[in-house]
Design a protein around this ligand. Structure first.
Ligand code: ZN
Ligand code: ZN
Length: 272
């Protein structure tokens, strides 16, 4: 058995990531319309009613904007912190509030640990998924990071993390100065270089896969994000790197597999 990470799409127009173990299916964020969520899950032959829970990183519309529709339409339980529930005006009957660093146990083979990250005007968290002793991280929307985050992400087999903007493209690009300052600030988003610097503190030979997410369509490009990040970790990273764009799902990553399971499953990797 293994734990599978599949981004249904990432970016400023919506985010959702499916984390799937043998016993549970949990969605991290629901920033899509009900129709979009249904369509994207259908590409994996999954019905929304099969989702056991939605956990939210923070309240921004591209992460939590589709939570209440999923709650109403399919009765999916929502897990989030107090600030996120309040900001999204969620019906608390279907909400389980969590505190940072309190593990959420969804099944014997899947727990998620929320770890706080700095992001302006939001109580944002990254999630560390645990599965039979192996771990994978999903980290998005942060302007900087803490030692605590480094501690929790170090040793993860899989890491999904935002690489939001290229520094030069942002500063030479069309955004007004105030918005540029906000994006690049401590509570904004990580640039490609910052993501590379963070990863250089946590990646080692055990890191099998990296996915760069939430790329700005105006201020970044996949080849720039990939080369900027690899520049920082080339020496220590021997795994696979992919980019998640706005329209997914495009691929899945597995942790906790034996070598033979990995080889057998490779042919099933989603494309397009
Ligand atoms: Zn976002
Ligand atoms: Zn955000």
């Amino acid at each position: 058995m293994s734990l599978t990470f599949t981004h249904l799409g990432t970016g400023s127009r919506g985010n959702a990531t499916l984390v799937e173990s043998g016993d549970a299916k949990v969605l991290i964020d629901q920033g899509f319309s009900g129709k979009q969520l249904e369509t994207r899950l259908a590409r994996m032959e999954i019905n929304p009613t099969e989702i056991d829970a939605i956990v939210l990183t923070h309240h921004h519309g591209d992460h939590g904007g589709g939570a209440s529709i999923a709650q109403r339409r399919w009765n999916i339980p929502i897990f989030c912190n107090d600030r996120t529930a309040t900001a999204l005006n969620l019906d608390l009957k279907g909400v389980q509030l969590f505190e940072s660093l309190e593990a959420l146990n969804f099944a014997d083979d899947l727990a998620l640990l929320p770890v706080p990250v700095p992001h302006s005007g939001a109580d944002n968290v990254a999630f560390i998924a645990s599965h039979r002793g192996e771990r994978g991280a999903v980290i998005t929307d942060l302007g900087s990071w803490t030692d605590e985050l480094v501690t929790h992400v170090a040793g993860c087999q899989h890491i999904s993390i935002e690489a939001n903007y290229d520094h030069n493209r942002l500063w030479n690009g069309p955004y007004p100065r105030r918005l540029k300052d906000r994006i690049a600030g401590r509570g904004g988003h990580l640039s490609n270089d910052q993501t590379g610097q963070f990863l250089s503190q946590v990646v080692d030979k055990n890191t099998r896969s990296l996915v760069l997410t939430h790329l700005s369509e105006k201020n970044n490009a996949p080849h720039i994000a990939e080369s900027s990040v690899l520049y920082h970790i080339d020496e220590m990273f021997e795994g696979d790197i992919q980019i998640s764009l706005q329209d997914g799902p495009e691929f899945s990553h597995h942790i906790g597999q034996t070598e033979s399971e990995r080889v057998a499953r490779r042919g099933l990797t989603l494309r397009g």
